[in-house]
Design a protein around this ligand. Structure first.
Ligand code: ZN
Length: 542
């Protein structure tokens, strides 16, 4: 049955209609632990006949090797909203949270949005920030609701837990043991048993770069609403593969990831499979559960879920060698760039990608580009708030000499900060705010903080005060640079650049610099990840 028909069915059955006498719904049978205010709210709600849905976003991809602190201010830098502000910030965007809100509006549900918060990837989330988000969600649930729809990442490490999402879901189930819970996770989710045990239905993105966030939210939201109406009975099975697949080998348009995604789509053609997901996982997290996994949501058929998850997991394991990135010397990469004849050429400084927890201030690749005398290069972006302040003081059109970048020490990989002294003209100064019109994070307002462009003649370098991975051309156009007219675009990114830059790039060259988003496992001292695991261990059975 199509979802519109299901809604019609639901309406005909008066389950969700405003103003109608409520029917005793099975979904309302769960009990809240002795919370009188919640009890009153719930019963008042029931008298109105409204379904009450808690919808929230709590996101972070934690790189445990990153030196960047993830406190509440860092959340606010990217986007942290409470109460109605959470709804206002994300409604009508391309995010799962927006999909949930749209579904809730369709059925006339009461919508509670306690929090919507995301920080750029970085080190473990502080106790305070984790408490602000998880307490807000749990408090809303304790007030009474019929279901929860969560927009999570699935690789959050907080100071007090290596499993930020599993711990949250377990706490929710402690408050409301039978509460239906739908969860969307990022493609880079490190899935855990605790997450599976404490939700009803879980799904991940099928695209990297992530361009199906809204659709995935809609898919799992519908599953949950159908289950509330007694139209389906989600059961989950999952498989954890002993594989730390590397981000650069996870593009969903590339093999072997494409085949795994296609396998999930094929399985979903079976009406008994409600959702099928292969997670690439996030290898830069030294936690027990890092790595690739598969999760299947089937309709009442646990055996089918189990078999399907096993089939896809086996396919992923068979392809393990192709998930390991092969390095190439930096000087050769820049020589290759010089030999190109069609432009713009995209140069990926992928070992310093703030979208995976990088400091975004490593100057190694920029230095090599200067030494090999590439011309007409635009760089996005270098994180250096102090340099931006210096450029603001100097003013537009004036010359400045700066020790740019290299402010972070990275003890986890024994890397010292190495600033690069550059002289140039301050070309542009902005507040760093712009709205995404491209296919990823569509409609979301980006804040790069106070932003300046340093023009050295051969290079135009965007310098930002808040971390921002360049996945959309807005990173350049917002500061007056037309990327399609440049010869080279040097981007501190790994795969997400494809969302905005693949349509204009004539060639893409990987540049091995330095940083905590390295693909060189020899630099990373894993202590907590489960063993044996490929490729850290060669003898691994699955
Ligand atoms: Zn991701």
């Amino acid at each position: 049955m199509k979802f519109s028909k299901k809604l019609q069915y639901l309406n005909e059955n008066a389950l969700f209609q405003r103003g109608k006498k409520p029917i005793a719904l099975p979904c309302r049978l769960w009990l809240i632990k002795s919370n009188f205010a919640g009890f009153l709210a719930k019963n008042l709600n029931m008298r109105k006949g409204l379904m009450r849905l808690v919808i929230a976003m709590m996101k972070h991809e934690t790189n445990t090797f990153s030196p960047i602190v993830t406190d509440w201010q860092r959340y606010k830098d990217w986007g942290a909203y409470l109460g109605e502000n959470a709804r206002n910030a994300y409604e009508n965007t391309g995010m799962p949270m927006a999909a949930y809100i749209d579904l809730a509006k369709e059925i006339g549900a009461e919508i509670i949005t306690p929090v919507a918060a995301e920080a750029m990837p970085s080190g473990p989330v502080t106790k305070e920030a984790y408490a602000i988000m998880s307490d807000a969600i749990c408090a809303a649930i304790a007030q009474g609701c019929d279901a929860v729809l969560l927009d999570l990442h699935g690789a959050m490490v907080a100071e007090e837990t290596d499993d930020g999402e599993g711990t949250l879901l377990e706490r929710i189930r402690g408050i409301a043991p039978d509460l239906p819970i739908a969860v969307t996770c990022d493609f880079h989710c490190n899935l855990t048993q605790k997450m599976i045990d404490n939700c009803t239905a879980l799904i991940g993105y099928k695209t990297y770069p992530h361009m199906d966030m809204y659709e995935v939210g809609t898919q799992i939201g519908k599953v949950l609403l159908d289950s509330l109406a007694g139209k389906c009975r989600p059961v989950m099975a999952w498989k954890q593969i002993p594989l730390l697949s590397q981000t650069l080998c996870q593009g969903t348009e590339d093999q072997p990831m494409k085949s795994l995604i296609d396998a999930c789509l094929e399985k979903e053609k079976d009406s008994k499979i409600l959702a099928a997901t292969t997670f690439g996982g996030f290898a830069l997290a030294d936690i027990k559960d890092a790595g690739t996994s598969v999760v299947i949501v089937a309709d009442g058929d646990a055996e089918l879920a189990e078999k399907t998850s096993q089939d896809i997991a086996w396919e992923a394991w068979e392809a393990r060698e192709d998930f390991i990135y092969q390095q190439k010397p930096l000087n050769e990469a820049i020589q290759q760039a010089k030999a190109q004849t069609e432009f713009p050429v995209l140069l990926l400084d992928h070992e310093d990608n703030c979208g995976s927890g990088g400091t975004q201030d490593v100057m190694m690749v920029i230095k090599e580009v200067i030494e090999q005398e590439l011309e007409d290069v635009a760089v996005a972006a270098v994180y250096d708030p102090a340099a931006v302040q210096e450029m603001i003081k100097v003013g537009i059109g004036n010359e400045v000499t700066l020790a740019l970048g290299g402010k972070f020490e990275m003890p986890s990989i024994s890397l010292k900060g190495k600033p690069l002294t550059l002289t140039g003209t301050v070309r542009t100064l902005t507040d760093g705010r712009w709205t995404v019109h491209g296919p990823m994070y569509t409609g979301v307002e980006v804040s790069m903080g106070p932003t300046a462009v340093l023009d050295t003649g051969k290079l135009q370098i965007v310098v930002v005060s808040c971390h921002h991975e360049p996945w959309d051309t807005g990173v350049f156009t917002s500061v007056g640079i037309q990327p399609e007219h440049k010869k080279y675009l040097l981007l501190k990114t790994r795969i997400h650049y494809r969302a905005g830059f693949a349509p204009i790039g004539k060639a893409t060259i990987h540049c091995e610099g330095e940083g905590v988003t390295t693909s060189n496992n020899a630099l990373l001292d894993y202590k907590k990840v489960r063993k044996p695991i490929y490729p850290l261990d060669k003898r691994v059975n699955f």
